[in-house]
Design a protein. Structure first.
Length: 258
């Protein structure tokens, strides 16, 4: 699948003396064919004192390196599913660095799968699926997502809500923005949606399905195109800042919803 040779040079400092020592960490055989726990990690340092740092790197340091390698391999596999180029055996001997944060966190009411679709900038993405049941008729809940005053009540911030196709969306002091792509009253809302800290011009596609259950409504959320490194924060945004706050709003007297 791939065969890499990674060489990393760094400087460590002995806390007690303040002396600095240079050394290196080399991973000569990182490969799909080898388990990470079996991957060879060579630690060396330049001549002189500082054996305590070398011993520390061979024990606890090697453990941390293997943890980073596991995340790195997961990130490479994710990029491969997106049609991005992975290093091959021809790349052996080249220095390669990557920083990817792949979250494996899940929530009881949600599931995710790696997305093969790209939205905007070409980066590794995931698809988030969530469900939430609200004690509200479907038409009332639909209005909470599409009426400026109600959005401002549950978000507790000024908002821009132009609930029509192509209309703008801005919430949480500009932390969330986008536009309405499709609106089917009391049935479905499709959004072009992004968080401010995402890569520039990168948007996810959010689909909210409203399922009428008499006095209750089930909302099915599909958020496709979320950057891998923002998966957990995006889940928390929808869970905490949208769903939980809407539950609180629905518990308020009826005249506050008018």
């Amino acid at each position: 699948f791939y065969d890499l040779r990674i060489h990393y040079v760094n400087t460590g400092t002995v806390k007690e003396s303040g002396e600095k020592h240079k050394g290196s960490v080399e991973i000569p055989n990182l490969s799909e064919e080898n388990e990470v726990d079996d991957t060879e990690i060579n630690v060396s340092k330049k001549k002189g004192e500082g054996d305590v740092l070398k011993d520390l790197m061979r024990t606890e340091g090697a453990t941390k390196v293997r943890e980073a390698l596991r995340d790195y391999l997961k990130a490479l596999k994710t990029e491969f599913t997106l049609g991005m180029i992975l290093p091959t055996k021809a790349a052996t001997g080249q220095e390669l660095a990557a920083e990817q944060n792949v979250s494996g966190n899940t929530m009881q009411n949600s599931a995710s799968s790696k997305s093969l679709d790209m939205v905007g900038v070409k980066i590794p993405t995931v698809k988030i699926l969530m469900k939430e049941i609200f004690h509200s008729p479907v038409d009332k809940l639909y209005r909470i997502f599409t009426t400026k005053d109600l959005v401002q009540k549950f978000s507790k911030c000024p908002a821009v809500i132009e609930a029509e196709k192509g209309g703008k969306l801005q919430m949480f002091d500009g932390c969330v923005s986008g536009e309405y792509a499709e609106l089917v009253p009391s049935q479905r809302i499709v959004l072009k949606w992004r968080c401010r800290n995402w890569p520039d011009e990168h948007y996810a596609t959010v689909v909210l399905h409203f399922k009428d259950m008499a006095a209750q409504t089930e909302v099915q959320l599909e958020c496709k195109g979320v950057p891998v490194s923002n998966e957990d924060s995006t889940r928390q945004c929808w869970k905490k800042q949208y769903f939980e706050e809407i539950h609180i709003l629905l518990q308020q007297p009826q005249d506050s919803m008018e």
